[in-house]
Design a protein around this ligand. Structure first.
Ligand code: GAL
Length: 681
C-alpha cells in the first residue's frame, strides 16, 4: 500500500457511504434472534450508522459442521442492512475456529513455551503455522468471497480480526518446523545461524537443524537472539496467514478494498508496519487504559501511529469503546462527553471513520460486561444518547474527510527495537519501550506540537526534527539514514540505551551508544541504572528516574548536567543532556528519564532550535490538532480539563456554523472544530 493508494481506497469507500465519515461498529447478528435484526437496522439508521463490520466471529454460524455450509442467516442480515442503507465491512470469519475444528485437529491448537496445548472454548484457537488451519481458513474465505463479492452492501473486506491478539507465539512441533524453515531462509547455513545467535556462548552450538527449536521454557536465561528471531518469525507467520487470505480476496473480489484491524501499541507481538503495507488502507483498534488519567495522550499516540503506518493517509478507527471494557482489572465507565472526546480525537488525527466494538451489548458470553453502542438498557441510556448525537455530529463534520495532519516532527517507532529492548537480562527492568516513547510523546503533546510516528526506515527528509526516544536495536541502514539526515541539516534527539546492538542483538563495539557515538559526539563508558523508586536531580532543578550513565563529551556540549553532590546520583556533575553540531545539523542526547516538566522543557528548546512551532498556543490539557486539505484547514480543539479554555483561532465552528473571531472558547470537556480562514495555519 502506498499512501496515495490508501487515500484513494478509503476515499472511494466513504464516497460509497454518501461522502460521509464512516460510523458504526462490529455487528454480531448470530447472537440475536431474527426480530432483533430488524430493530437493529432501524436503530442503526436512527444513530446515523452507515457501516458495520459483520461476520468476525461467524465461522460456526456459516460452517456449523466441517464442509456443511449455511449462509441463510448471513444472507438475510446483509439484505436487511442493505435495504436500510447500511454498508458492510464483511469479515473473513477466520478469527475463531469452531469447536469441531479443534476436536478434529487437536494438533492445530497452539502450544505454550511450557508445552501446554491450549484448548478450544475461547477464540483464536489455532497455531499460526498449522497447515490444516491454513486449509480450513482458505476454504472459508473462498466461500464467503464467492458468495458475497457482488452483494451491494459489501464495500470492504475485513481480513481476520486482530492478528495475533491471543495466539501469536506458538511452540508446537509444527511451529518448530516452520521456525527452522524461516531460519534457513534468513541465514542459509547453520554456521550463519550459530554466528547470529552467538551460540559459542554457554555451549549452545547447533550441529544439525533438527536440534534447533523455538525458545521453549529453559532452566536459565534463554538465548536472546533465538528469542528475538522467534518474535520476528511469529509476526511473519501471522503475516503469511494474512497473505493467504489476501490472495483469495484479490483473486475473487479484486474491486473491493481490504483491510485488517491492527492494534497499534496494544499488540507488541505483531509488527504493525509490516501488516499495514499489505492492506488497502490502515485500520486500527484502540482501547483506553481506564486506570491512566492520561489515557487520552495514549490515544493520541496510537492515532498518530495509525497515520504513520499508512504513510500519512487517512485511516479507519475500526474499534474503540463507547464506555467501559471488560478486560482491564477495573473497568471504569466513561464520563459524560468522554466518548465524544475520544472519538473526535481520532478524527482529528486523521481517522475518516469512527467505529466501535460493538453495536449491541451481548447478553451472554465473555464480553457481556463490555460496553456497546446500544447498551443492555436500550435507547433510554446515556450511551445511546451520546452514540446517536455523535452520529449526527459526524455528518456535520463530513467535510474533513480526506484532509491530512501535517507534522514537522517525526518520532521513530519500531517493533523490533521494542522486542529486543525487553528481552531478559538487560541493565534494568525499568527500561521499558512504551514507557520511554510515550514519555517523550507526552512531553511533546503537552506543548501542542504535531508529530508523526514513523518507522526508522521512513523518509525523514521532510521533517525538521526526528525524535528517537528508545532504539536499543538499530539496523545499520537505519542508523546510517539518521546520521545522513542530521549531517544534511536535520535535528535529531536520541534517548539513552539506544544504538547499542545490531539486528542480531550483538553489541556494537567501541563504546556506547554504539551506532550513534559519532553523530552525538560523546562516548559512554558505563551505565548506572537507578534503584526502584530512586530519583536524581538535574542542574536545572528537574527530577529524573530510571537511568544515568557516565557520558564523556567528545565534541558535544553539555546542556544539562546531573546535579553535583548526592542528589545528582551515581554520576554527579556528569552530562545529562547534550547537543552536538554534526555536519549541517544537530544531534541531542538525553542520558536519563527526566520527569514530564523537565522533558517538556528540553523538547521545547530542541523544537525551538529546529524551527518547530506548536499547532496553537493551548492551555495545559487542551489538545490542538490541525487537518489540512486543498483550500481548507480544520483546527480541532479538545478540552480534556474541567475548566473552559480560550485558544486563538479564526474561522467558523463547523458543527454550529457560528463564527470564531480570534478566540475560540472551548467549554470544559468540549470539542470544537474550526474551519479556519484560509490565511490561518
Ligand atoms: C478487541 C476485539 C473485539 C473485542 C474487543 C473488546 O480486541 O477485536 O472482538 O473483543 O477487543 O475490547
Amino acid at each position: 500500500m502506498s499512501a496515495t493508494t490508501a487515500d484513494g481506497a478509503l476515499r472511494a469507500l466513504t464516497d460509497r457511504l454518501g461522502g460521509r465519515i464512516a460510523y458504526g461498529g462490529d455487528y454480531n447478528p448470530e447472537q440475536w434472534p431474527r426480530e432483533t435484526w430488524r430493530e437493529d437496522a432501524r436503530l442503526m439508521q436512527e444513530a446515523g450508522v452507515n457501516l458495520v463490520t459483520v461476520g468476525v466471529f461467524s465461522w460456526a454460524w456459516v460452517e456449523p459442521a466441517p464442509g456443511e455450509w449455511d449462509f441463510s442467516g448471513l444472507d438475510e442480515v446483509l439484505d436487511l442492512l442493505h435495504a436500510h442503507g447500511i454498508a458492510v465491512d464483511l469479515a473473513t470469519a477466520t478469527a475463531s475456529p469452531p469447536p469441531w475444528f479443534a476436536t478434529r485437529h487437536p494438533e492445530a491448537m497452539p502450544v505454550t513455551a511450557e508445552g501446554v496445548r491450549l484448548s478450544h472454548g475461547s477464540r483464536q484457537g489455532f497455531c499460526p503455522s498449522s497447515p490444516v488451519y491454513a486449509e480450513a481458513a482458505a476454504r472459508l474465505v473462498e466461500r464467503i468471497a464467492e458468495r458475497y463479492r457482488d452483494h451491494p452492501a459489501v464495500v470492504l473486506w475485513h481480513v481476520h480480526n486482530e492478528w495475533g491478539n491471543h495466539n501469536a507465539h506458538c511452540f508446537c512441533d509444527t511451529s518448530a518446523e516452520a521456525f527452522r524453515d524461516w531460519l534457513r531462509e534468513r541465514y542459509g547455513t547453520l554456521d550463519g545461524l550459530n554466528h547470529a545467535w552467538g551460540t559459542a556462548f554457554w555451549s549452545q552450538r547447533y550441529g544439525a537443524w533438527e536440534e534447533v527449536l523455538p525458545p521453549r521454557a529453559t532452566p536459565a536465561i534463554g538465548n536472546p537472539t533465538q528469542q528475538l528471531d522467534h518474535w520476528r518469525f511469529s509476526s511473519d507467520a501471522l503475516l503469511a496467514c494474512h497473505r493467504r487470505e489476501v490472495e483469495v480476496l484479490r483473486r475473487l473480489s479484486p474491486d473491493t478494498p481490504l483491510t485488517t484491524n491492527l492494534m497499534g501499541t496494544l499488540e507488541k507481538k505483531v509488527d504493525g508496519f509490516a501488516f499495514a503495507r499489505e492492506t488497502d488502507f490502515v485500520s486500527v483498534d484502540h482501547y483506553l487504559t481506564a486506570a491512566d488519567p492520561e489515557g487520552h495522550i495514549g490515544l493520541s499516540f496510537d492515532a498518530d501511529l495509525a497515520r504513520g503506518m499508512g504513510g500519512g493517509a487517512p485511516w479507519l478507527l475500526m474499534e474503540h469503546s463507547t464506555s467501559a471494557v471488560n478486560w482491564q482489572p477495573r473497568n471504569i465507565a466513561k464520563t459524560p462527553g468522554q466518548m465524544r472526546r475520544n472519538s473526535l480525537a481520532h478524527l482529528a488525527r486523521g481517522a475518516d471513520g469512527i467505529m466501535y466494538f460493538q453495536w449491541r451489548q451481548s447478553r451472554a458470553g465473555a464480553e457481556k460486561w463490555h460496553s456497546a453502542m446500544l447498551p443492555h438498557g436500550g435507547t433510554d441510556t446515556k450511551t445511546w444518547r451520546e452514540t446517536a448525537a455523535l452520529g449526527a455530529e459526524l455528518q456535520a463534520l463530513a467535510e474533513v474527510r480526506g484532509t491530512r495532519v501535517r507534522a514537522d516532527v517525526a518520532l521513530l517507532f519500531d517493533w523490533e527495537a521494542w522486542w529486543a529492548l525487553e528481552l531478559d537480562a538487560r541493565p534494568s527492568v525499568d527500561v521499558r519501550y512504551l514507557d520511554l516513547v510515550r514519555a517523550w510523546y507526552a512531553a511533546l503533546w503537552s506543548s501542542g506540537t504535531a508529530c508523526d510516528i514513523v518507522h526508522p526506515g521512513a523518509d525523514l527528509s521532510g521533517y525538521r526534527l526526528v525524535l528517537v526516544p528508545s532504539q536499543y536495536l538499530v539496523a545499520d541502514a537505519h542508523a546510517e539514514a539518521l546520521e545522513r539526515y542530521v549531517a544534511g541539516g536535520g535535528h535529531a534527539a536520541v534517548g539513552f540505551f539506544s544504538g547499542l546492538v545490531d539486528v542480531h542483538d550483538h553489541v556494537r563495539p567501541g563504546g556506547y551508544p554504539g551506532a550513534y557515538r559519532e553523530m552525538l559526539g560523546l562516548r559512554t563508558d558505563e551505565f548506572h541504572p537507578l534503584r526502584a523508586g530512586e530519583s536524581v536531580r538535574l542542574d536545572d532543578g528537574s527530577a529524573a528516574t530510571v537511568w544515568t550513565e557516565a557520558v564523556e563529551l567528545r565534541g558535544a556540549e553539555q546542556v544539562l548536567a546531573f546535579a553535583k553532590g548526592e542528589e545528582g546520583g551515581p554520576v554527579p556533575g556528569g552530562p545529562a543532556v547534550t547537543r552536538h553540531a554534526h555536519g549541517d545539523g544537530t544531534a541531542w542526547y538525553v542520558a536519563t528519564r527526566p520527569d514530564r516538566d523537565g522533558l517538556a522543557r528540553i523538547l521545547r528548546r530542541i523544537c525551538g532550535e529546529a524551527g518547530v512551532a506548536p499547532v496553537a498556543e493551548v492551555p495545559e490539557g487542551v489538545e490542538a490538532v490541525r487537518r489540512t486539505g486543498p483550500g481548507a484547514g480544520y483546527l480541532f480543539l479538545i478540552n480534556h480539563t474541567g475548566a473552559d479554555a480560550r485558544v486563538p483561532a479564526r474561522g467558523i465552528d463547523v458543527v454550529r456554523g457560528t463564527p470564531v473571531d480570534g478566540t475560540a472558547v472551548v467549554p470544559a470537556g468540549d470539542v470544537l472544530v474550526v474551519r479556519e480562514d484560509p490565511a490561518a495555519g
